[in-house]
Write a protein that binds this ligand. Structure first.
Ligand code: FAD
Length: 474
């Protein structure tokens, strides 16, 4: 029996800058495996949402093509599967790149110690974070809870820079011997109802597509990022989030490439600080794993969240009567993505104007976003709700009318996703109820029928939210 060197692909679906794959290649013929874990992530907050599962399906197809269709696919309990592999094959080494969700850490710790007990050369690597969460601590050895000192003092100043990009594995010749005959289709990642078919027109998936998108952004979008990133119709965001989530590109590749390029420092530094927010989210769920399900700030455990399924449905369907909110929710539904500024607006609207628990919003995002990411999603929802680390204070409530006017002044974004308002004058676009009847007639809109009237009043719902907050302020 030939010796095999196993690389376990997880959220590192690339050949370049892949430390574990590189290690495996040094130990002999690489046998790449992928396991769809159906056992350890039982909590619904941690489940693979339908849009992410769709992405994963296509990303695996692309990676498998790059590896001559030599990836071995499995589905089930990773520990059991790995136990079978080491019983059946002569395993020289076993390696993977680290994941950081609490349930993954628990699972991987168990598997690592199992492999060690079996005398297998097991190694794990950093591949997806610029700084390991346990490396960054305050002077008193406790974790940071505020972004700025975490990033500036903890990450940028205190430690050496992120690890360098490792050598490419593009020429890797994987082991011809297959150890599983399961196909990607047999992982059953695609939802039975093919709603996801519409997503394909918005995305190119896989390592090559990720690099191409990044290169284009670096040439055309990075210049002007600091200001332009706030405007949803501007081409100044990278839209790399699903690629980063699945590891089709690493933050290290981006970090070191940006440093050699010609965009102004202010834009590069700001772009890197957004990668820093990604680091901070991972850092938080590493140090405070309960926050994936519970309020980080326990004061919020007593918050009197409302229960209104009609409001929740109107929000999910983009029918709240607030055009910028509806545009965002429809962008999410149609494309599996939403611009960051609009994510903040729709999330604030859900938790503050509709008084709906942030966990309901997180669940919907988790199902609909191609970039659904336990760390970023949890930290961002808690940030918006006011219950998280370094959170937006609860009393800061985004006003969807002012936000729309400021960040989508010509209404290009809003009209694109809410086409029934395409002929509506910009002056009234974000507060249609202020328009006279003839404005609707001229725009050909039957108000209340073609486009809904607001489901709540902004002023009243704001007052109710502030009173609710007063009750827990303490
Ligand atoms: P760019 O502006 O081009 O930024 C580059 C990368 O930096 C992003 O791809 C992302 O990895 C990271 N990044 C940027 N902004 C943030 C941020 N505020 N927090 C953390 N990382 C950031 N991001 C996710 O990746 N997955 C999620 O599930 C997710 N859920 C969110 C939920 C809410 C309520 C909010 C307000 C934000 C959420 N975000 C999430 C963060 C952010 O909106 C997205 O990362 C960003 O919009 C992705 O677009 P981009 O790639 O064009 O970003």
């Amino acid at each position: 029996m030939d010796k095999v060197s196993i690389h376990w692909f997880r959220r590192d679906l690339r050949l370049d800058d892949n430390p574990s794959l590189q290690f495996a290649a040094q130990n002999g013929a690489v046998t790449p495996i992928f396991i769809l874990d159906t056992v350890n992530n039982t909590q619904k907050e941690f489940n693979l949402g339908e849009a992410s599962a769709w992405w994963l399906h296509h990303s695996l197809k692309s990676l498998n093509e790059s590896l001559d269709k030599k990836i071995n696919f499995f589905k089930g309990d990773p520990l059991e599967i790995i136990e079978n592999i080491i019983n059946d094959y002569d395993v020289e080494s076993f390696s993977w790149n680290r994941c950081y969700s609490p349930w993954e850490i628990k699972r991987d710790t168990k598997i690592k110690s199992f492999l060690k007990d079996k005398d297998i050369n097991v190694k794990t690597f950093n591949s997806s974070l610029l700084w390991e969460p346990w490396e960054i601590l305050k002077d008193d050895d406790t974790p940071y809870k505020v972004f700025s000192p975490f990033y500036r003092k903890g990450c940028l100043k205190k430690h050496a820079g992120p690890r360098q990009v490792v050598e490419s594995n593009q020429n890797l010749e994987p082991n011809n011997q297959k150890i599983s005959d399961k196909s990607i289709d047999e992982l059953e990642l695609l939802a039975k109802f093919p709603w996801h078919d519409k997503l394909i027109e918005h995305w190119n998936i896989g390592e090559n597509a990720a690099m191409e998108k990044y290169m284009n952004f670096s040439k055309e979008g990075l210049n002007g990022y600091k200001d332009g990133r706030n405007f949803p119709s501007y081409p100044n965001v990278s839209v790399l989030s699903p690629h980063l989530h699945f590891g089709e590109i690493s933050p290290h590749q981006i970090w070191y490439h940006d440093k050699t390029k010609s965009a102004p420092d202010r834009d590069v530094l700001h772009f890197h600080s957004e990668l820093g927010w990604r680091e901070f989210s991972y850092y938080l769920i590493y140090h405070f794993p309960d926050m994936c399900t519970d309020n980080l700030n326990k004061k919020f455990d007593k918050f009197p969240w409302g229960q209104n399924d009609d409001f929740l449905k109107a929000w999910q369907e983009g029918k709240t009567g607030y055009p910028i909110v509806d545009a965002g929710m429809r962008q999410l539904w149609q494309t599996g993505y939403m611009h960051n500024r609009v994510r903040m607006i729709v999330a604030s609207f859900l938790v503050k104007n509709l008084l709906i628990d942030w966990r309901k919003g997180l669940e919907w995002f988790n199902d609909c976003l191609c970039d659904a990411d336990l760390a970023n999603n949890t930290a961002s929802w808690q940030w918006t709700a006011g219950s998280g680390a370094d959170a937006a204070p609860y009393f800061r409530i985004f006003n969807p009318i002012l936000q729309g006017k400021k960040f989508d002044p010509d209404g290009d974004y809003t009209k694109h996703f809410v086409p029934e308002l395409k002929n509506f004058p910009s002056k009234y676009l974000f507060a249609p109820w202020e328009a006279e009847e003839e404005v609707f007639t001229e725009a050909g809109i039957d108000y209340g029928k073609d486009y809904p009237k607001p489901i709540v009043s902004i002023e009243e719902s704001r007052d109710i939210a502030l009173k609710a907050y007063d009750k827990i302020k303490g």
